[in-house]
Design a binder for this molecule. Structure first.
Ligand code: SAM
Length: 472
């Protein structure tokens, strides 16, 4: 039976509830009075539940869709402003014992080169990432208890946090590793990770079991209940995600919102982020073999509705998406993107030869970080390398409070400008530096609190003189 407060996966991601939700959404897709009522509630910016949001997703009325886009843009402006936080993934190891049908790391794939970075190689990778200007990483690894045990992940985190090349520093490490035990989550918490990210891949249990035929990831319940264990282990910030393209997107959309509602109901705080990956071609993987492929337009609609349904949850788009698609969805509520990503193990320090393929998927956006920063600013965004919240202990509900009280302009906004200034001083090309300096001068004036504005201005001067790492 559907129960969002239950700790059992089958109860909080209840199949019958999703099927009912989709029927309800179909029955009301043209019910304009109800849709107007849902939109009016959405305008209050308190979010929507999975049923209401599913009705909007089912609705094909062009005016309603345009209204959803407008609202998503407004909500993004209110809560996130024009900042876009930048990060890069760092692949530690592609050894994996699972049999996931969509992932080239699957254990039967003999074509790819298996690589596990040594601590020395991690140093090289991190120096290369620091030299681009990155301050935030998401570490990634296949699931292999023998090759990639938790001790290896912890040692790698420690190595990464302790590398300071020139003015470089990795100040926040998010972790995307397989579902694990409360004990391991406590260890990750003690290692001072930022967000624990785990994609559900699909919420449809029967499909999940088929798509993960072998290995520990086959256990749907263990995987689906991972975020509860992570939170019980003390991790405040968790990141959800569906791998769009595998199953019917409407089912997944209801599922991810139900997961968010469950976390809020049980732990008092929803997910910190929702990632929006789509299946991409990779060695041994053809996305067309799966049933759930979605058009760019549907993808954009999903992004807009996620923004409306969970206004305080960050939304992440990776380099799986092209520049064109990223431009389409950025205004609809995206808060974080990856830049200059390499999905091969060891791919930052050394360019990999095609025949040595160790990559997880093909990257669509192949631009350098400087090009990404420059492009974002030309589109009117503030590229941000900020990591302040988590370092100041503003995680979980404390971050949500900041968001709900709309204190972003007095806090996140100046922090974004300070970290952008660091980037411009240390890593930017001449053109990027010129555009960035103009942007900082303009955006400084937007800070409402006079004291904060003055202090930010002082910090910016100090950064120009060589000071680093200031924050509000
Ligand atoms: N091994 C970890 C686990 O089991 O959750 C996660 C790390 S994996 C490196 C990160 C994510 O990449 C997966 O959760 C999956 O959603 C995504 N992924 C796998 N194959 C992909 C593909 N062909 N295209 C796009 N994304 C893919």
């Amino acid at each position: 039976m559907y129960d969002k407060t239950s700790l059992r996966a089958d109860d909080f991601i209840n199949h019958d509830e999703i099927v009912d939700t989709l029927k309800y959404a179909d029955a009301h897709r043209d019910d304009l009075p109800l849709i107007r009522e849902i939109l009016a509630r959405a305008r209050e910016r308190k979010g929507l539940d999975h049923r209401d949001a599913s009705v909007l997703l089912a609705c094909e009325d062009e005016e309603v869709i345009a209204e959803c886009y407008r609202l998503a843009e407004e909500i993004k402006q209110d809560y996130y402003g024009n900042r876009i936080v930048l990060f890069a993934p760092l692949y530690l190891s592609n050894y994996c014992v699972n049999g996931c049908l969509y992932c080239p790391y699957h254990s039967r794939n003999k074509n790819i080169r298996r690589v596990k970075l040594t601590q020395e190689q991690i140093r090289d990778e991190v120096i290369a990432l620091q030299d681009m200007g990155h301050k935030r990483l998401a570490i990634e690894a296949g699931e292999d208890p023998r090759m990639n045990p938790i001790e290896y992940i912890l040692e790698s985190i420690d190595t990464i946090y302790n590398i300071h090349h020139k003015n470089g520093a990795i100040r926040r490490i998010n972790v995307n590793i397989a579902a694990t035990t409360i004990e391991d989550y406590k260890k990750l918490k003690d290692a001072e990770i930022g967000t624990y990210i785990l994609f559900q891949e699909t919420y449809h249990k029967q499909s999940y079991l088929k798509l993960h035929p072998t290995g520990p990831k086959h256990d749907y319940d263990y995987h689906t209940e991972a975020m509860d264990r992570a939170m019980e282990g003390g991790i405040d910030d968790v990141g959800l995600g569906v791998l769009y393209g595998l199953e019917m997107y409407r089912y997944e959309f209801a599922g991810v919102l139900m997961h968010a509602e469950h976390l809020e109901a049980v732990h008092g705080v929803g997910p910190h982020t929702i990632s929006m990956p789509r299946v991409k071609p990779a060695d041994d993987i053809d996305p067309d073999e799966f049933d759930g492929g979605i058009s760019d337009e549907t993808f954009a609609k999903l992004c807009a509705l996620i923004r409306i349904a969970v206004p305080y949850t960050g939304m992440i788009i990776s380099t799986r998406e092209s520049q064109k698609v990223r431009e389409m969805v950025l205004p609809l509520g995206v808060s974080q993107i990856s830049g200059a990503s390499r999905t091969s193990v060891g791919g930052y320090a050394e360019e990999e030869l095609p025949e040595e393929n160790s990559a997880q998927f093909d990257v669509s956006d192949r631009r350098t970080l400087d090009e990404i920063v420059n492009w974002l600013m030309r589109l009117g965004y503030i590229p941000s390398f900020c990591t302040a919240c988590y370092r100041a202990g503003r995680t979980g509900d404390r971050f949500m409070e900041l968001c709900k009280n709309m204190q972003i302009l007095n806090c996140c906004h100046p922090n974004a400008l300070l970290t952008l200034k660091e980037y411009l001083e240390d890593y930017a090309s001449e053109d990027t530096k010129r555009i960035g300096t103009e942007l900082i001068n303009r955006e400084l004036a937007v800070i409402p609190n006079e004291n904060v504005r003055k202090k930010a201005s002082d910090y910016l001067k100090t950064i120009a003189e060589g000071g680093r790492d200031f924050r509000f």
